[in-house]
Design a protein around this ligand. Structure first.
Ligand code: ZN
Length: 477
């Protein structure tokens, strides 16, 4: 990456000289995007797009001038005035898991990567994988160009009782460290703890940091040897999923029991917010996940602008609908309402730069993870977060949270060429992020409609003969 960055800098330097002959000619394979508006995710502003030049998977020039230059060798893509270019979107809690039968989750990594991509989600962190070997194999196929899909920034397996078969008594801190070594060597880009005890979490964080890898956690109140996010922050954790923790989440009961009745104006909440700000800990609020788990759903957010079940096989659609609607979780309805207020308070206290998008919508077959980023962004804006800040959560904030802010998260010369073209202006109406027209990942430009079409009717078992594989693992529900 450093070398690529140097090349781009050296190239930019040649552009600065007035002699036109010093401008290297555009080459076959280059892609030039002109027109439309460009969202600058660092400043949070829209600027007119003069030209973006992409070469070999890298943004070579941004804000380029094509005047007097020979462009005929390159592929020229002209955008309409009402189109907006955003950096490729992230989902840092991107479940590939699907649970069609209510008998456990399976990671689906053939069709889901296409659906993420078609939604403009170019970067996914699965936040705990049920089938980490299979996920890694899919990631490698995508990297080699054998399969179309979003980037998979592997999380590896869960650390904690969320991992099928995990028993605390089997795990010493030393074994946790060895497991980190193994998955760091395989290419994990971070780790996820869920259902973890303090000594294991400390070992996980300490060992991951030796590789420069961030750790996130779905933690608890501190009850029954769990870890409160506050204590994880003191251990050095980089990110937190779901809820902020602190002294308002008391160890006498599980976290959800406190969360459902939380008054976010309490001083304990401000104290923990302050801790996040001082320690630069990212907060993956998974706001809409709570809305996802109860029925009837918040109809502002849980609309379908595309029939998401159309991506299931006809048989899978039958199977899924035989179980729906799911049982309502009243506690999650209350938590959902608290989350809106909590997130707004965190944002207004100065936490905007630390909020990231994570959807956490493992599918039961009615909504699919790939579409959920748009729901989460919409939820942020309904919570009172300005649209520009909401877009940062899915771009530059998320890239930095993954410690990849030098490579991804904004459209700047030298960075990896991931972007999405939407119709409309998401700063005026955040729901315009749903209107994906084109998406670029690794410098390859795709038509969103074609991607969706290629995935239709393919997710899930094709016939009852395939059901067994899709029934997953009862230990993970
Ligand atoms: Zn999750």
């Amino acid at each position: 990456m450093k070398i690529r960055l140097l090349l781009a800098v050296a190239f930019a330097a040649t552009l600065a000289t007035p002699q036109a002959q010093n401008i290297p000619p555009l080459q076959a394979g280059d892609i030039i995007l002109t027109g439309g508006q460009l969202f600058d995710s660092v400043r949070g502003t829209l600027v007119p797009n003069t030209a973006i030049v992409v070469r070999q998977g890298i943004f070579l020039e941004v804000g380029a001038s094509l005047a007097g230059r020979e462009t005929s060798a390159a592929t020229l893509v002209r955008l309409a005035d009402d189109e907006t270019i955003l950096p490729g979107l992230f989902d840092l809690h991107a479940h590939y898991a699907i649970d069609l039968f209510g008998e456990g989750r399976v990671d689906e990594y053939t069709i889901n990567p296409i659906i993420f991509l078609a939604n403009g989600v170019t970067s996914t962190f699965p936040a705990g994988e049920v089938d980490p070997e299979g996920m890694m194999a899919a990631r490698r196929r995508i990297e080699r160009g054998e399969q179309v899909g979003a980037r998979i920034h592997s999380s590896g397996p869960y650390f904690g009782t969320a991992r099928p078969g995990w028993r605390n008594s089997d795990w010493t801190p030393e074994r946790v460290r060895e497991e980190v070594d193994t998955w760091a060597a395989r290419g994990a880009r971070g780790f996820k703890a869920k259902g973890i005890q303090p000594p294991h979490l400390y070992a996980l964080i300490d060992q991951a940091h030796k590789y420069g890898l961030p750790v996130t956690g779905h933690l608890d109140s501190g009850a029954r040897n769990s870890v409160n996010p506050r204590d994880a922050i003191y251990m050095g954790i980089d990110r937190i999923e779901h809820f902020m923790g602190g002294d308002a989440i008391v160890a006498e009961r599980g976290a959800y029991g406190s969360l459902e009745a939380l008054d976010v104006t309490r001083p304990e909440v401000d104290a923990v917010i302050d801790l996040y700000l001082r320690r630069n800990v990212y907060y993956d609020a998974t706001l809409t996940a709570y809305g996802y788990w109860y029925d009837p759903k918040d109809e502002r957010i849980f609309t379908q602008w595309i029939d998401e079940q159309s991506f299931l096989t006809p048989h899978a659609r039958e199977v899924a609908n035989a179980r729906l609607p799911r049982r309502s979780l009243e506690q999650f309805r209350r938590i959902y309402e608290v989350k809106f207020k909590e997130l707004k308070r965190f944002h207004d206290a100065g936490g905007g730069r630390l909020i990231t998008v994570g959807t956490d919508h493992p599918s039961w077959g009615e909504y699919l993870s790939g579409f959920s980023t748009h729901r989460e962004l919409h939820g942020f804006v309904l919570a009172g977060i300005p649209p520009a800040d909401a877009l940062k959560t899915a771009t530059i904030n998320a890239a930095r949270a993954l410690r990849m802010g030098d490579e991804l998260g904004s459209i700047e010369a030298g960075k990896l060429a991931d972007l999405v073209v939407v119709q409309g202006n998401p700063l005026e109406d955040i729901r315009h992020t749903r209107q994906v027209r084109r998406v670029m990942v690794r410098g390859e430009l795709h038509d969103a409609q074609q991607l969706l079409q290629s995935a239709r009717g393919k997710l899930g078992p094709a016939s009852p003969a395939d059901d067994d594989w899709w029934k997953g693992d009862l230990r993970f529900r």
